[in-house]
Design a protein. Structure first.
Lengths: 114, 114
């Protein structure tokens, strides 16, 4: 049972445009969501997080939106840069799964074209 | 801040041998560390939760006798893959809980069992 889903395995975006990565979850008890960026053969790097009490969190070029009723979150990157090319994972935690037990999606490979 | 060091980054071993992977929190104390495994094009799967000074908690389906976890100090956790087989070949990643909810990840270990 995949509790966190990223239905788009890959995404290509032109440099300077907006990248939108989507994530859906099924467990309504999740109360904390994160996005991680991962380069090949490296560990994930934390990007941005959002608590369930908010619907938006912004950090520079990165904004995460949370729609609790739809159990959906998205990561917006604007403007996209070639260095943003990586695999992006969303993760969720909370509820009976535990505060720090993160459930990861399968990732979306973003390619930003110069 | 919040750097996690994982060693080795790559290891090749023969079937039947054991391999130890170290995970260190370099600039903070981590009472809890997590071990993940990632198969190609799949998500990060939590294997076990490692608590300093106590036994690790393993996820369902993970053999605790095969994947030995030791968390001897607040800055070091080790994962030993015992009697490794080719199907154990994978990317293993540790993470550590510091202050706040985001986890900090090591750079991972690529294990190849021949």
């Amino acid at each position: 049972d995949q509790q966190v889903k990223q239905n788009s395995p890959s995404l290509s975006v032109q440099e300077g445009r907006i990248s939108i990565l989507n994530c859906d979850y099924t467990n309504s008890m999740f109360d904390y969501f994160l996005w991680y960026k991962k380069y090949p053969a490296e560990g994930p790097t934390f990007l941005i997080s959002i608590s369930s009490i908010k619907d938006k969190n912004e950090d520079g070029r990165f904004t995460v939106f949370l729609n609790k009723s739809a159990k959906h979150l998205s990561l917006h990157i604007v403007p996209s840069q070639p260095g943003d090319s990586a695999v992006y994972f969303c993760a969720a935690s909370g509820g009976t799964s535990g505060t720090y037990k993160y459930i990861f999606g399968t990732g979306t490979r973003l390619k930003v074209l110069a | 801040g919040a750097v996690v060091s994982q060693h080795p980054s790559r290891v090749i071993c023969k079937s039947g041998t054991s391999v130890k992977i170290e995970c260190r929190s370099l600039d903070f104390q981590a009472t809890t560390m997590f071990w993940y495994r990632q198969f190609p094009k799949q998500s990060l799967m939590l294997m076990a939760t490692s608590n300093e000074g106590s036994k690790a908690t393993y996820e369902q389906g993970v053999e605790k006798d095969k994947f030995l976890i030791n968390h001897a100090s607040l800055t070091l956790s080790t994962l030993t893959v015992t009697s490794a087989h080719p199907e154990d070949s994978s990317f293993y990643i540790c993470s550590a809980k510091g202050q706040g909810r985001p986890l900090h990840f090591g750079n991972g270990t690529r294990l190849t069992v021949t």
